[in-house]
Write a protein that binds this ligand. Sequence first.
Ligand code: KIV
Ligand code: ZN
Length: 390
Amino acid sequence: MSRKIIVFDTTLRDGEQVPGAKLNVQQKIEIAQQLKKLRVDIIEAGFPASSEGDFRAVQEIARSVGDSVSITALARAVKSDIDAVYESVKIAQDPLIHIVLGTSNIHVEKKFNRSKDAVMEMGVEAVRYAKTLLPHVQYSTEDASRSDFEYLWSTIEAVVKAGATMINVPDTVGYAVPDEFGDLIRRINDRLKNLNPDVILSVHCHNDLGMATANTLAAIKNGAEKVECTINGLGERAGNASLEEVVMGMKVRENFYQCHTNINTKELLRTSMLVSHLTGLDVQVNKAITGANAFAHSSGIHQDGLLKDKQVYEIMSPEEVGADSMELILTARSGRHAFKNAVEKLGFETNDAADFEVLFAKFLELADAKKEVYDHDVFYLVANHRTLAD
Ligand code: KIV
Ligand code: ZN
């Protein structure tokens, strides 16, 4: 039977930690609304103890989309952080407190300079306190993949006994490799299911060795029930596991993973474009699933094969992720009708005739300069125009 995997999006927390990706409150709400359309299960909206602005953003997101998506935010294992999370997410229908504390020797010795027992006790105390505020508490064992297994397990056991309802196992520095990470998750899962089968086991992978998606999928194969990802794989350093890759990996290879998600995959491309536009961070052209070339075929042999049967060179249809099976490339001679069609196809309205004329003039300028205008160009053109008009 196919298992449902919970999708937790942390674009607005871990993703926003990328240098240069600063978003204002309105932009964060816009992304959160798109994540709701995408049907993610949980949105991590920020780190409210870090600043007044972050607190306000989390609160506004909880207010605007928290009626149908679970909302969480990050806290260190200290009361003031947990209070900030509680105060910012409590208006949502299904709020969750997310606590993080390291378990590796490096974190315990270098970051906290305390004994292992003392650090574990900090985590337990934090969970006990969070449970007085909300029923749902996630505990992240930071740097789990470089932790001593027995200490990692003792921490998990202790925080579950204190009331944690989700255990998140991060590969914080992207050090793990798929076989090893899958094995780690299987060992934790075996013990966790004996301890308390209701606790959800989650993973959070970073991409320092380019293996965040592979590690996440290996974890799913070995019992993980929840995945933490970001749109376009945004995140610290080389980024986080990319939501679109993890979700489509499960979907395209459903027979292998025997898992599914609730994601509306037809919204993937639009979400990717919106995040790229608002953060100002480009998506590489050959990025899996959402890159401009993800469904482009240029060699004669491939084109010939595709014309005979698409499955010869396509493992998923572009429509499944919200792209066109045949992207029309616009030029300065395309005319209003073709441009209007491209704009509407990308989810924008064109009802205001005067506004459309301004937009069309901008398109002609771009087409003169660039010669060929792709869907991605049209998206950024319209999104920029609308932002300036607001
Ligand atoms: O990478 C990490 O360990 C994190 C935690 C807060 C889950 O981002
Ligand atoms: Zn992270």
